[in-house]
Design a protein around this ligand. Structure first.
Ligand code: ADP
Ligand code: MG
Length: 246
């Protein structure tokens, strides 16, 4: 891991009407780093990753800068940010339900000149990472389980040659055994060169795989640091337990 940020946000603010849902002075994800963003429901985790790609369900006011490899991409529409390699796998996944697994994985464009730090994974490689997808390759997206769809969402993103991958709660709705399978795979992707920002509500699972952890509360960072230090942070301990212990 070197020190150069691949992805950086400066003074990123997202407001819905009068409600400031995100107020982020600075966030950086460095080359080959796995940064976890945790926080309670409604803390602003999705608002953060959506804000980075300039996408939203509603019509928020977004201000501030987003830099990819030092280049200011804040003025670009979402599809242009995606083309430059900033790929978000939103909550609720992003797969084509009326296509088979195989079609989902081959429907990505074959443009080869992706530029700095980017590499398009082959279908064989993604099948190697997710053998289950190979077994299910002739099934439709709609026939897949939640875990399989999540894997397919990640696999599709890898086919596009991500520079940085943003994952919004990949473990949501998954059986505990699958949670660690998916998060371990994310860890191994980072170990093999990918840069990832991972949103998780499951702090216990996240802290096992991330390099750094950021704790959000009401749209603001209230704690951040290396995973090893954050384990002993009382605010994280509280999040672990999910509620105050009387
Ligand atoms: N489309 C929207 N319109 C209005 N408010 C929204 C919208 N999306 C999110 N919010 C508000 O922004 C805050 C953060 O939401 P969100 O980012 O979805 O939280 P998280 O992903 O951490 O659960 C919440 O108060 C939520 O009600
Ligand atoms: Mg969310």
């Amino acid at each position: 891991m070197n020190n150069r940020p691949v992805l950086e946000a400066k003074d990123l603010k997202v407001a819905y009407g009068g409600n400031l849902a995100l107020d982020l002075p600075h966030l950086a994800v460095r080359e080959r780093e796995l940064v976890g963003v945790v926080g309670a429901n409604g803390a602003g985790k999705s608002t953060l990753v959506n804000g980075l790609v300039g996408w939203s369900r509603g019509t928020p006011k977004i201000s501030g800068k987003v830099l990819l490899d030092g280049r200011d991409i804040s003025g670009l529409p979402t599809h242009e940010r995606v083309r430059s390699g900033l790929l978000l796998i939103p909550e609720g996944k992003l797969v084509f339900t009326q296509m088979t697994v195989e079609e989902n994985l081959s429907s990505t464009s074959d443009e080869t000149d992706l530029g700095q730090g980017r590499r398009r994974y082959s279908t064989d490689e993604v099948y190697g990472l997710f053998p289950r997808l190979h077994e299910r390759r002739h099934h439709l997206g709609s026939q897949l389980s939640g875990g399989e769809r999540q894997m397919l969402g990640i696999a599709r993103a890898l086919r596009l040659g991500p520079r940085a991958l943003l994952l919004d709660e990949p473990s949501i709705g998954l059986a505990p055994r699958l949670v660690s399978t998916v998060l371990d795979t994310v860890r191994s992707l980072v170990d093999s060169g990918l840069t990832v920002l991972l949103v998780e509500q499951n702090v216990r699972a996240a802290i096992e795989v991330v390099d750094r952890l950021v704790l959000l509360e009401r749209g603001r960072i209230i704690a951040e640091g290396p995973a090893a230090d954050m384990r002993d942070d009382p605010r994280i301990a509280e999040a672990y337990l999910g509620a105050h212990v009387a």
